[in-house]
Design a protein around this ligand. Structure first.
Ligand code: NAP
Length: 309
């Protein structure tokens, strides 16, 4: 392998979580294109991994950039195509190799920064909707709503006719979510009237059980994350709601549709003005450590995107 590109890698000491390193160029497999990265986003899940990184792991699942070498097997976009991509790792770098199954082309109307905010959060929102089936006129309660997944979910679910109530901690965050289609915004899950058909929780701790109690007896609780880093607690003997509920865990990667197809859908929705990436913070990648601190401190609404240059 030839040396010579810059990447952000996890540090092995206490202090800053990532540092620049000069590393080997990626060597694409036959079905992989080489993408010159213009922007990438950082997800909360990746920050958890940064706190105890496994040896050799290089972060980076959400990238946007330009194809500089097409896949040798003829699949995927040609050289020069602007793309969004979802590699399993290694995207916080000047270049990354990505399977043709995880790349979608971008039109000039979608900026690299908007595109970089799409993959993990957008795929999760889209696939949550697929997992829920028909949601038209259903009352949905969503925690962690001001994050990357939450903004996309609210806009897409509202467009399908769902009545989405969000839980978020500030009026400013609530305003944006209402503008995207939320019918109500709570600062605490116990506020508001009535029961919900579906509860979606990605915070964990006692919040998961509190969402359950806001459901109709036969409602559905979907647990898809643990932003608070505390496992959910449920009290079987709390009969105040959701007494006969279905409780399911959701993982976006367990999905029948290839990433490329779902990324193409997300890009089309952005191009048509039906989906609006929420860029809470856009910085140069030299500011990565401060940006990650802001994300961990819940200071970023929507997505965190870093530009590479
Ligand atoms: N299951 C899957 O396949 C899948 C895929 C992607 C992401 N996830 C998970 O889904 C969750 C949301 O992802 P995301 O990218 O949207 O995250 P994010 O952008 O960081 O948003 C999470 C939001 O949760 C709220 N929150 C409430 N209590 C919190 C706490 N104790 N600690 C941190 N945040 C808290 C915060 O909003 P307020 O401060 O406004 O309350 C924050 O904006 C994460 O846990 C992530 O790991 C799961």
């Amino acid at each position: 392998m030839i040396a010579g590109m810059k990447a952000l890698i996890p540090t092995e000491t206490s202090g800053p979580l990532v540092a620049f390193a000069e590393i080997d160029e990626p060597q694409p497999l036959r079905d992989q294109a080489l993408v010159a990265v213009e922007a990438f986003s950082i997800n909360r899940g990746e920050t958890f991994q940064l706190e105890s990184p496994t040896a050799g792991w290089r972060p980076g699942k959400d990238v946007a950039g330009t194809v500089v070498r097409a896949a040798d097997d003829g699949s995927g976009p040609v050289v020069g195509t602007r793309v969004v991509a979802h590699p399993p790792a290694a995207g916080w770098a000047e270049r990354v190799a990505v399977s043709s199954l995880s790349i979608a082309a971008l039109s000039d109307e979608v900026s690299f920064e908007e595109a970089a905010a799409l993959p993990l959060a957008g795929l999760t929102a889209l696939r949550l909707l697929r997992a829920l089936g028909s949601i038209s006129s259903r009352r949905i309660l969503l925690t962690g709503a001001s994050g990357g997944v939450g903004h996309y979910f609210v806009e897409l679910a509202a467009a399908q006719g769902a009545s989405v109530t969000v839980v978020t901690r500030s009026a400013e965050r609530a305003r944006r979510l209402r503008a995207l289609g939320a019918v109500d915004a709570l600062t605490d899950v116990s506020e508001g009237e009535g029961q919900f058909d579906i509860g979606l929780d990605s915070v964990g701790g006692d919040l998961t059980g509190r969402v359950l109690t806001r459901l109709h007896a036969d409602g559905t609780l979907v647990w898809f994350g643990q932003a608070g880093m505390v496992p959910p607690t449920l009290d079987f003997f709390d009969w105040s709601g959701g007494t006969n509920a279905t409780i399911r865990k959701f993982d976006y990667s367990d999905n029948p549709v290839p990433d490329a197809a779902d990324l193409t859908t997300l890009v089309r929705l952005v191009e048509n003005g039906h989906l609006h990436p929420e860029l809470g913070l856009v910085e140069n990648w030299s500011a990565a450590n401060d940006a990650i601190e802001s994300l961990l401190a819940r200071q970023i609404r929507g997505n965190l995107v870093l530009r590479v240059q």
